[in-house]
Design a protein around this ligand. Structure first.
Ligand code: C2E
Ligand code: MG
Ligand code: MG
Ligand code: MG
Length: 294
């Protein structure tokens, strides 16, 4: 009986081990089907606004990929980005994200300044990555490439087999901007700041949450803001959920905020609606201001 019980336990154990592997294989198959153009499974982009901390004006948006299953379920990137990364499918997936993000930006051209996309380590290491971006830009005459921001994380730099600094320099020569995502969570953030040609620091939400009640967090944020500014970089605070934290960020001179407090990531149609509302408000206030000034 003991042996049977042990056997059962092993059974349970292997099932537990197998589940994530099967999930990964399923996720990979779905990404493959979506990229092959299968109608019932798609990879739509959701958009989360980045706002001016002082005026609340929408400055840009981060494009965040989702998967829509044949059952109509919306899956977060945590369910499929890892599998795509491991199998290399992240390369065509990333290209899809970039192209789609730019299509949306062109559609919102008069109301949205820039769009940012996340670039995974594997994508950045791909020899074709820079030529791919260059080729997309070459088909957009008159388009200001600084309206595209590529977000990279420290893992992309540490795990990379290529010279990331050189690669980022090549991308900057195309005119796109570079953001350091989840800044502060890695081991070598300062080295990273010194050696990479970045334009924007995205302060990780672990430094932002509870900022208003935590003098240490406040000191860290002040220091990062100062450092970024001295290096000619801008800063965006991520994951702003509390009004008090927004106020603390504004007071500390952090120029831009992103987070649930302002808006969660939205499907393109809802984001469009949000832009429309903001645009109307801004236009109204502009007219009002001009009238007031006589
Ligand atoms: P990330 O680039 O750091 O994106 C920010 C994540 O934080 C998003 O999760 C967003 O929904 C979430 N977030 C934003 N504001 C708040 C807040 O106030 N509170 C909290 N708790 N969370 C907030 P999401 O969309 O699930 O994306 C997760 C990660 O997946 C991203 O982290 C990024 O690393 C990756 N990812 C998303 N889209 C892509 C993509 O197209 N390509 C690649 N390579 N990775 C992607
Ligand atoms: Mg990001
Ligand atoms: Mg981030
Ligand atoms: Mg993050």
């Amino acid at each position: 009986a003991a042996k049977r019980a042990g056997g059962n336990r092993v059974q349970i154990f292997t099932d537990e081990l197998r589940a994530p592997v099967q999930e990964k294989i399923a996720a990979e198959a779905r990404v493959r089907r979506a990229l092959a153009g299968e109608q019932r499974i798609t990879l739509p982009l959701w958009f989360q606004p980045v706002a001016s901390s002082s005026t609340g004006q929408i400055l840009g948006a981060e494009a965040l990929v989702r998967m829509r299953t044949p059952e109509g379920e919306i899956l977060s990137p945590f369910h499929f980005i890892g599998a795509a990364e491991e199998t290399g499918l992240i390369v065509p997936l990333g290209e899809h994200v970039l192209r789609s993000a730019i299509d949306h930006l062109l559609h919102w051209s008069d109301r949205l300044g820039y769009v940012s996309v996340n670039v995974s380590p594997r994508q950045l290491a791909e020899p074709d990555f820079v030529p791919m971006v260059a080729s997309i830009l070459s088909r957009l005459p008159g388009f200001d490439p600084s309206r595209i921001v590529l977000e990279i994380t420290e893992t992309a730099v540490l795990s990379s087999t290529v010279d990331v600094s050189e690669r980022l320099t090549a991308l900057k020569q195309l005119g796109v901007r570079i953001a350091l995502d989840d800044f502060g969570t890695g081991y070598s953030s300062l080295t990273w700041l010194k050696s990479l040609p970045a334009d924007i620091v995205k302060l990780d939400r672990s430094f932002v949450a509870g900022l208003a009640e935590d003098p240490k967090k406040n000191s860290i944020i002040q220091a990062v803001l100062w450092l970024a500014r001295s290096l000619g970089m801008s800063t965006i605070a991520e994951g702003v959920e509390e009004p008090a934290d927004w106020e603390a960020l504004r007071a500390a001179g952090c120029p831009a905020v992103q987070g649930y407090l302002f808006s969660k990531p939205l499907p393109a149609a809802d984001f469009d609606e949000m832009l429309r509302r903001h645009h109307e408000r801004a236009t109204f206030e502009g007219v009002h201001l001009r009238e007031t000034m006589g």
